[in-house]
Design a protein around this ligand. Sequence first.
Ligand code: 5RP
Length: 251
Amino acid sequence: TSDKTSIDVPSTPPSMILTQDELKRIAAYKAVDFVKSGMVLGLGTGSTAKHAVARIGELLRQGKLSNIVGIPTSTKTQEQALSVGIPLSDLDAHPVIDLSIDGADEVDPCLNLVKGRGGSLLREKMIEGASKKFVVIVDESKMVKHIGGSKLALPVEIVPFCWKFTAEKLREVMEGYGCVAKLRLGENGEAFVTDNGNYIVDMYLEKDMGDLRVVSDEILRLPGVVEHGMFLDMASTVIIAGELGVKIKNK
Ligand code: 5RP
């Protein structure tokens, strides 16, 4: 391993196969080790981040942590955090966050991320971008060579006004990468609506994007686009839980 990577020996016997959810929990608990009393914390969204939120609540109840302020990245996380007893605030009151902990859909070797399968990418980017330290928690299935490849879509949050127009412009910008742009639908079969009242277009790409900064700028330049799910150069640390143990990668 490089000097920036460390590996923990697993505490489970090698014969025991862990479920993906157990791996997510292991990564989340490891991230909560970074939390200290008195911190302002960005609280992520998703099936991995929810383990971190639950753990922070548990440590508060046990008196092992105190004076924590949580800044939730979604209404769902807000509900969970309140239910486990984490005092909450927002970015207006706390423009600088000590530490954010969140999951990701894809992580590349340079620790660039794709986020937003859970639909919370805008608030996540605002809150995690305002954090002194951003710890990403994933199971090993999230590690990829290139983000935004064919495996998963790249989500883009757009305004509902004339969304077809914006989706088509997005498709044109991304045409060179073999893009199919699809409006994300909710469980009711209608357009999925984000916490900010916007829609999401999922962009399925056949080819790697090459220079991610260039693609990012091209997407953000389109009127109607609010934000995309590429989190470039934002993660300070990625905690990866796998069958062979926990790997910690620092930027
Ligand atoms: C939500 C996100 C999530 O962090 C991401 O989708 C990972 O989710 P999960 O931990 O459930 O796999 O970006 O917008």
